[in-house]
Design a protein around this ligand. Structure first.
Ligand SMILES: [Zn+2]
Length: 129
């Protein structure tokens, strides 16, 4: 069975994914700490008539950032789980190699540039899984 990547390329991508995972975990921990502080500040502001709405908005932004980081962490973990799979590095839509440069930039991607562009334009059929 042919594979898209050499062992050393897989090792490189694995290292990138592990580093990204560590960064995301730190970010999430920092954001959750920040979100907690903002929530506490918003509660204090409830007593005053000014600024309560602003605290609520800041809290919503912090929560949104945290949920984006959680989503990316899921993709990174998923990619690490797939890394030993022979299909890793092949587009899950067309089966062509995704390309090392693209994988280095986005190791968790499942699609080649062409298929991702098609999906963004809404022109391709959804992948059959
Ligand atoms: Zn493709």
């Amino acid at each position: 069975m042919s594979t898209a990547l050499t062992i050393s390329q897989r090792a490189e991508l694995g290292a990138l994914l592990i580093a990204r995972m560590a960064t995301l975990e730190e970010e999430i921990a920092a954001q959750e700490g920040e979100g907690g502080r903002v929530a506490a500040a918003a509660e204090l502001l409830d007593d005053s008539r000014d600024g309560g709405g602003q605290g609520e908005a800041e809290r919503a932004v912090a929560l949104q950032r945290a949920s984006q980081a959680h989503g990316e962490l899921e993709r990174v973990r998923d990619a690490l789980a797939r890394l030993e799979n022979p299909g890793f590095g092949l587009c899950s839509t067309c089966g062509e190699p995704i390309g090392m440069a693209r994988l280095q930039a986005k190791p968790w991607t499942r699609h080649c540039v062409a298929c991702e562009r098609d999906m963004e334009l809404g022109q391709s059929t959804p992948p059959r899984l």
